[in-house]
Design a protein around this ligand. Sequence first.
Ligand SMILES: Nc1ncnc2c1ncn2[C@@H]1O[C@H](COP(=O)(O)OP(=O)(O)OP(=O)(O)O)[C@@H](O)[C@H]1O
Length: 353
Amino acid sequence: MSITRADIETRLALLELPDGGTLMSRDMVRALTITGSEVRFVIEAPSPEMARMMEPLRAAAERAALTLPGVSHASVALTAHAAPAAPSLKVGGHPKGGNSSIRPEGVASILAVASGKGGVGKSTVASNLAVALARKGRRVGLLDADIHGPSQPRMMGVSARPVSVDGQSMEPLVAHGVSMMSIGLMLDPASAVVWRGPMLMGALQQMMTQVTWGTLDVLIVDLPPGTGDVQLTLCQRARPDGAIVVSTPQDVALLDARKALDMFRTLETPVLGLIENMSVFHCPDCGHEAHIFGHGGVRDEAERLGLPLLAALPIDLETRLAGDAGVPVAGGGGVMAKAYGALAQRLIGEGVA
Ligand SMILES: Nc1ncnc2c1ncn2[C@@H]1O[C@H](COP(=O)(O)OP(=O)(O)OP(=O)(O)O)[C@@H](O)[C@H]1O
């Protein structure tokens, strides 16, 4: 039985907002698509504060779509309009306060997602882990600290410029149940960031201390690749509760991952484990397994160091497409969503998320 837009809208017209009206009467439903038995749409809240309160409504909208005959999968994302024009904070000043803490007060746990080398999937893991944790009911923040190559705005499907209502603090944007902030939202995406170390550290400090993160169970920090000033500042001044190192099984990536692990050891940040990304490619036509970036290298390294291998994630077209589309694969219903769900559950079980 084919599903129609009208069927879905009828169900959504029954869902009431905390401050009156329904999702339909308040005109909040965007980008409704029906592909076979799969339904996807976005709820656009009028402000980040409203979006934070609307997570139960988002879940209810997903359930409402699923009750329609013929719907096998429903994915509903929550985004927010930024509040209307107020001056944005200037970013990129020098850090202040010597070595004082930059850990936001209401944040219970900070997890750093790191890699030695660029392009191994660190940002993909960070966004999907954040979404998977939010799906499990955790209050999650995602800070894109990859200042030279911020990719979270694209991966989380957010492009609004964050604003400051009081000229002192910035509101995070909310997408897929996650509060997020990225330097990429504050700078011209086409211009290169040509900053020396102190400005990078200043930008990190601002994103930690001048964003109204509120009360969070976990703040995931997507670090730049390598072992530079941003990593040093985060570890020394925010004292992360744990670091996760992402690598491909390829020798060059592993070599750099070892440097990242060594850095965390030196800075006394506990390493929770390693993630092998792009570990295998399953050919969709013939089922053949190809180890494009080598085989088992991260597993062996984890064993050698006595660290857990937290996940081995395959090369997966849906992961790449979903990342490019701004709708992380962890929000869906496929095998990768299950894999990220299991990773999230494990971290919750360990009391770090
Ligand atoms: N398991 C995967 N399967 C397929 N594509 C993937 C996978 N993981 C990541 N990718 C894709 O690889 C590219 C690089 O990923 P990503 O940006 O997450 O890497 P990164 O380590 O954060 O890189 P950088 O540090 O340079 O920002 C992206 O296009 C992403 O969609």
